[in-house]
Design a protein around this ligand. Structure first.
Ligand code: KG4
Ligand code: ZN
Length: 393
């Protein structure tokens, strides 16, 4: 952290600590700057963190207070901007983040009744995601943090998803198995604490959300396709088609959805013949596809829990909003005395609250980045440092 920002920041931390009565002046002056900072972070009882999410096509902003919880959050979805292209156009995404992020910050500050001077740190998504879109959040977060004299921290987008269930009143305890299912990832991860992640399995080709989006396109549905497939599937006949469950007969915890996608494409071609798909065809295909994805995910989750000898599963990421996936997992795990936790539907897809929460845990434990606005469009989650903090890990 640059000297000016560090001095400003330390003085703010000092004020907070002295207000909370945790540290006397002799304790403050006796320590060297680095250890003093670490010490102060540990002693600070509360932090108000601004979280910014700009990794893809949603601008998410939130204010999270480590004592009072989530104070406000706001989201702008770019769905309408990208719809006519059938997918996210990176340049348009970046430009829109530039337009929306500051007004959303003003909105959450006003909703929470807070001033910018109340903010103790800024957390932003540093990766993985679209490079240009990430740069918008990163440069803005760093500029604001510099101006306010507070630290900024780049957060891993998937760690944000993974910790999103912690925003709920009833949340899981470590250790657990997490199924991360989004537009770019399908991963099973053993989680022993914040930053203590071991990859158990992942998709060898398409992510589950990506498969939903591609099948939606085949059925003439708009992007993002997941919610549209789920809606059509409700009217579908579950007996008409029996789609394959990919890789369930092979040992291990990896996934593959590209074969299922091709199977779906062939079914669409068979039903269409020389004409168009009927509405019932579309509903039945959506139902069969959704059932196959859900059944595959359920089988692998049960296998992962058994392998790791754990009874707690967390699902997060956009596909975890899928109602059929939630109810199937709940039913399957109940039989085994295991439990599934997931975020509220609004926090399943990309949002600022999960970034503010994840950033708050790390900033409160003393983790700070230097001033360079770095982003990591590709970033394995296992590279994250573990967080060792009383009561957290
Ligand atoms: O986590 P997310 O918002 O963005 C990424 O980080 O990728 O996930 C978006 C993905 C999209 O592929 C979308 O189709 C899928 O989540 N999705 C769903 C549902 N809601 C969103 N897939 C199935 N069922 C849903 N209800
Ligand atoms: Zn996401």
């Amino acid at each position: 952290m640059p000297e000016r920002a560090r001095i400003l920041y330390l003085s703010r931390v000092f004020c907070k600590v002295s207000q909370s009565g945790n540290l006397g002046l002799s304790g403050w002056f006796g320590a060297c700057p680095a250890s003093m900072m670490r010490h102060c972070f540990d002693m600070v009882t509360t932090m108000l963190i601004l979280g910014l999410e700009t990794s893809c096509d949603e601008t998410g902003v939130a204010l999270y207070d480590t004592e009072r919880g989530l104070l406000a959050h706001a989201l702008f979805s770019q769905v309408d901007i990208h719809m006519e292209y059938g997918g996210v156009v990176p340049e348009l995404a970046s430009r829109d983040h530039v337009r929306k992020t500051l007004p959303l910050i003003e909105q959450v500050l006003s909703e929470a009744g807070c001033a910018a001077t109340d903010i103790d740190g800024v957390a932003y998504t540093a990766g993985p995601g679209l490079a240009g879109a990430l740069m918008v959040g990163s440069t803005l977060a760093r500029a604001l943090a510099w101006g306010w004299g507070v630290p900024a921290l780049g957060v891993h987008h998937m760690e944000g998803h993974l910790l999103a269930p912690m925003l709920e009143e009833e949340h899981p305890e470590f250790p657990f198995v997490a199924l991360l299912v989004s537009g770019g990832h399908t991963q099973l991860v053993r989680v022993d604490g914040i930053g203590q992640y071991r990859l158990l399995g992942e998709s060898l080709d398409d992510a589950a959300g990506e498969a939903f989006d591609k099948v939606a396109k085949m059925l003439g549905l708009p992007y993002p396709g997941g919610p549209h497939i789920a809606r059509l599937a409700q009217q579908g006949n579950p007996e008409r088609f029996d789609f394959p469950r990919p890789m369930v007969n092979r040992p291990g915890l990896d996934f593959s959805f590209s074969g299922l996608k091709t199977y779906t494409l062939n079914t669409v071609a068979d039903c269409r013949g020389d004409g168009e798909l009927s509405e019932q065809d579309r509903c039945d295909i959506a139902r069969a596809f959704e059932q196959a994805v859900v059944a595959t995910l359920v089988i692998k989750c049960r296998r992962a829990l058994r392998q790791e000898n754990l009874k707690t599963l967390v699902i997060a990421g956009g596909v975890s909003a899928n109602a059929s996936l939630r109810s199937s997992l709940e039913a399957a795990l109940k039989k085994e005395g295991a439990r599934v936790f997931y975020p509220a539907p609004i926090f399943c897809t990309d949002n600022g609250a999960m970034i503010a929460y994840a950033g708050a845990q790390r900033l409160q434990a003393g983790q700070v980045d230097d001033a360079e606005a770095r982003v990591r469009p590709r970033w394995p989650m296992e590279e994250l440092p573990p967080l060792f903090m009383a009561g957290v890990s």
